[in-house]
Each structure stands twice: as structure tokens, then as C-alpha cells.
Design a binder for this molecule. Structure first.
Ligand code: ARG
Length: 450
């Protein structure tokens, strides 16, 4: 091969990370070949010894990677032959790199999904911990980034718990689709050797086989699904980070990030920048890019294997690394940030936040909701014009808008009471949030027992 072509077509620089999974797949294949007497027992022992040595070399970092052997599969085969002699060439009987790489990717991603799931679990635990620790704090809930109604801080934070919960369900779905064993498909059509695919699957812990050899070597759906899962999860995390960034600004001042999770400015001595949150928000771009990249690679491909499929790797690996590596700093940042109770109390002490409750009150006094909405709207417009708070109006002034407003409406203007009234299931009253927390805890332990 022309050196420039070799450089261009080789996947070794990035697929070397599949080394240990490739060996695991080869050991399964080897023992199946021996148990079907496709290779002899002596050869099996010889090859097994060689593969085990190679695993040690890879683990120790002493494996001699050689770019002229294109990819990790050829590198390992070449090394095996170096170690055990020409009989090393028997390992590839009844196998092609096409089903081999498919198997490696299934094995690799299965492991990584489990690690990512652990990271998500930890993040969920941090969120639940924050909710429990701050159960008495109120904050304004927002719509359109305008103060809307008071809510419990715990309630707001738990919203992210449930997003992550669905992300983990999606990930579990990905794992179900990963649980398909491709080896035995050969290059595309199967093999004339009397192999036992069930045995290989059992050895490697797969519960199902690809039922079509052409599909087995062409399928990258599970990678697309993983990237879609990752894109959705990082979108959720980016929204959370966006809130952290807003809340940590002087304008909001709701939180203070721990110094160990912020950076200073090289020029402005007063700065404390929420770098971790910003960078996570920024990382969404490359993950979305990898999803669209792979979908685009796949869309026009005829069956079965095409070299284009090698392009499934870098974006996937990058996504795995990106997601895995952003979770610990995010958990750490959340676990160490401090809520500024005074600023939150000030923000909640805005009685316009209780406007909905005044409207609800009028509904209980016989108004239709539309009339009540309009009446309270007029009342607030009046207050705004006079620069008054609702609490500052006299009963007579209120009565001009609706006779029922002449009564003592103090409770309607107390954010704690407003929150505590929202007892509907999934609502923000502390009793409803306590129930929600219990469900969150139960969801966490259900994952643990799986
Ligand atoms: N490096 C290749 C990949 O990642 C392995 C499969 C090669 N198969 C082939 N027929 N060239 O896709």
C-alpha cells in the first residue's frame, strides 16, 4: 500500500482502544473452534497462551503497535503469529474482520454503557442529596425566564433527577439492543464451518444472536441509539449547567460555586467563572455532531460491509469519553455549590408571584377562571402603575376590583402558603415533594438491584 493510503485508511490510531475486547472475543471464538474440533486441543492451548500474553502486553502498555498492519485486529493477529508461529494463523478460521469488529464494538460499548450509567446514578444521588438538604428553601419558579410562581428549590432540582432517570431508561434500552451477538456472520454470508454461535454468545454473556449474517456485519443502529441517548442526556445536563451559570451571576446571586470548580480571569481580579458548567454546555456540540455524523455515514450505504463503516468509531469514542469525563466534575460542582438563602428569600418575596393564587381564590368565589385572570391582571397593572406591592393595597382599594378581595387575603400573598397549597400529585407542596423524593429514592434502588 502507498504510505499515504495506509495512513489514510488505517484505523489503528483510534481502534487500538478495542484491544482487550478484541482479545476477549478471540478467546471465545477460540474455545468454540476447539470444542467443535475445527482446531485441535494443542493448538487451542498454544493460541490461548499467546492471546493471554498479548493481553498482558496491552495492559502493561508494552504491545508493539504497528501502523503498517492497519487496524487492531491485524496487529493482534500479527503479534500472535510472532509469538506462537504460523499456527497463530488458525485463529481467524470461520471469522472475518467484519464480524470481528462488530463483536468488538458490542463488547466495548456494553462495558462503557455500564460505566456511564454509574456516573448518571451518582449524579442522581447528588441531586437527591441537594433536594433533601434544602427542603425548606423556596425560590421563584420561572416561565420565559420571568418569575412565575414560588416553588421549592428541591422541586426544581428534582426535575433534573427525572430527566436523568429517563436517560438511564434510554441507556437500558440501548443495552438491550447491544445484547446481540454478531460473530459467526463471517464476511457477510455465514461460514461453511460447523460453528456454534450460541456457545460464543454464552461465553461472552450475550442473550441473543443476530439472526441474519448480513445484518450482523452491517448493523450500527445500536451505535446511533447510543449517540441519540448521549445527545439527549447532554442536552439535559446543558440545561442544568445553563441554570448554574445564570444563578451564579451577580444578577441572580442564587448560588456560590466552590472555588475548586471555577476559574479566575487573567485580567479581571474580581472574576469567578463557572467554567465547568460552561464547558459542559459547550460539549453538547460535539456529541450532536457525532450523532448526525454517523446517521449521515449510514444513510446511503448498500449492504453489507463498506469501509465507510470504519467512520463509526471516532465520534462514538469521543462521545463515550466526553460523557464519561464530564459527569464527575458536574457531580462535584453540584455537591459543593452553596445556595444563598437570603438572595433566594428576597427573590421569592415578590407578591406578584402569588397572582395565580389570587385568581384561583376568585374562582372559588364563583368567578370563571377567565374573569378571575382578568381581574387580577387589572389589579397588578394598577399596582405596577402606583409602584405598590399587592400587600400594600387597602381592602377598599382591592374591593374596587372584586368584592371578594375586600376580605383578608394575607394567606394568598404568603409564598410558603402558596407553595404548600400545591398538593396535587407531582406539585411543589412539601408533602408532594416528600412523596416525590421517596419515589426518586425507590427508582435509585431499583437500578441498584437490577
Ligand atoms: N478497521 C475496520 C473497521 O473499523 C475493520 C473491518 C475491516 N474489514 C474490511 N473488510 N476491511 O471497520
Amino acid at each position: 500500500m502507498d504510505p499515504a493510503v495506509l495512513d489514510f485508511t488505517a484505523s489503528l490510531p483510534f481502534d487500538r482502544r478495542l484491544g482487550l475486547h478484541d482479545l476477549k472475543g478471540s478467546l471465545a471464538h477460540l474455545s468454540m473452534l476447539a470444542s467443535r474440533s475445527i482446531i485441535g486441543a494443542d493448538d487451542e492451548a498454544l493460541l490461548r497462551g499467546g492471546l493471554e500474553e498479548i493481553a498482558e502486553e496491552i495492559t502493561a502498555g508494552s504491545f508493539p503497535y504497528d501502523l503498517s498492519f492497519e487496524d487492531i485486529h491485524m496487529n493482534i493477529e500479527k503479534r500472535l503469529i510472532e509469538k506462537v508461529g504460523p499456527d497463530g494463523g488458525r485463529l481467524h478460521t470461520a471469522r472475518s474482520r467484519n464480524d470481528q469488529v462488530a463483536l468488538d464494538m458490542h463488547l466495548y460499548l456494553r462495558d462503557e454503557c455500564k460505566r456511564i450509567d454509574e456516573g448518571l446514578q451518582h449524579l442522581q444521588e447528588v441531586i437527591v442529596g441537594m433536594a433533601e438538604k434544602h427542603e425548606d428553601i423556596l425560590m421563584p419558579g420561572y416561565t420565559h425566564l420571568q418569575r412565575a410562581q414560588p416553588v421549592l428549590l428541591a422541586h426544581h432540582m428534582l426535575a433534573y433527577f427525572w430527566m436523568l432517570e429517563r436517560d438511564r431508561q434510554r441507556l437500558a434500552g440501548v443495552l438491550e439492543r447491544i445484547d446481540l451477538m454478531p460473530l459467526g456472520a463471517g464476511a457477510l454470508a455465514g461460514t461453511s464451518f460447523d460453528i456454534d454461535r450460541e456457545q460464543v454468545a454464552a461465553y461472552l454473556g450475550f442473550s441473543r444472536l443476530y439472526e441474519n449474517s448480513i445484518d450482523a456485519v452491517s448493523d450500527r443502529d445500536y451505535l446511533v441509539e447510543f449517540l441519540a441517548f448521549a445527545a439527549i442526556a447532554v442536552m439535559h445536563l446543558s440545561r442544568l449547567c445553563e441554570e448554574i451559570i445564570i444563578w451564579s451571576s451577580v444578577e441572580f446571586g442564587f448560588i456560590e460555586l466552590d472555588d475548586s470548580y471555577t476559574s479566575g480571569s487573567s485580567m479581571m481580579p474580581q472574576k469567578k467563572n463557572p467554567d465547568v458548567a460552561e464547558l459542559i454546555r459547550g460539549k453538547t456540540g460535539r456529541i450532536y455532531g457525532s450523532l448526525i455524523g454517523l446517521l449521515t455515514v449510514l444513510k446511503g450505504l448498500p449492504l453489507a460491509y463498506n469501509k465507510d463503516l470504519q467512520e463509526d468509531k471516532e465520534g462514538l469514542f469521543d462521545t463515550v469519553d466526553t460523557l464519561k469525563n464530564l459527569l464527575p466534575p458536574l457531580s462535584g460542582m453540584l455537591g459543593t455549590m452553596v445556595f444563598c438563602r437570603e438572595r433566594l428569600a428576597e427573590a421569592v418575596d415578590d407578591d406578584y408571584l402569588c397572582a395565580t393564587d389570587m385568581a384561583d381564590y376568585l374562582v372559588r368565589r364563583g368567578c370563571t377562571f377567565r374573569e378571575a385572570h382578568q381581574t387580577v391582571g387589572q389589579l397588578i397593572a394598577f399596582c405596577r402603575q402606583k409602584n405598590n406591592r399587592l400587600k400594600e393595597l387597602t381592602p377598599d382599594q382591592r374591593a374596587c376590583f372584586h368584592p371578594a378581595l375586600a376580605e383578608n387575603i394575607e394567606a394568598l400573598l404568603d409564598p410558603v402558603k402558596v407553595v404548600e397549597a400545591r398538593l396535587s400529585r407531582g406539585g411543589t407542596a412539601s408533602a408532594a415533594v416528600a412523596e416525590q423524593l421517596q419515589k426518586a429514592r425507590a427508582a435509585l434502588s431499583a437500578h441498584m438491584t437490577k
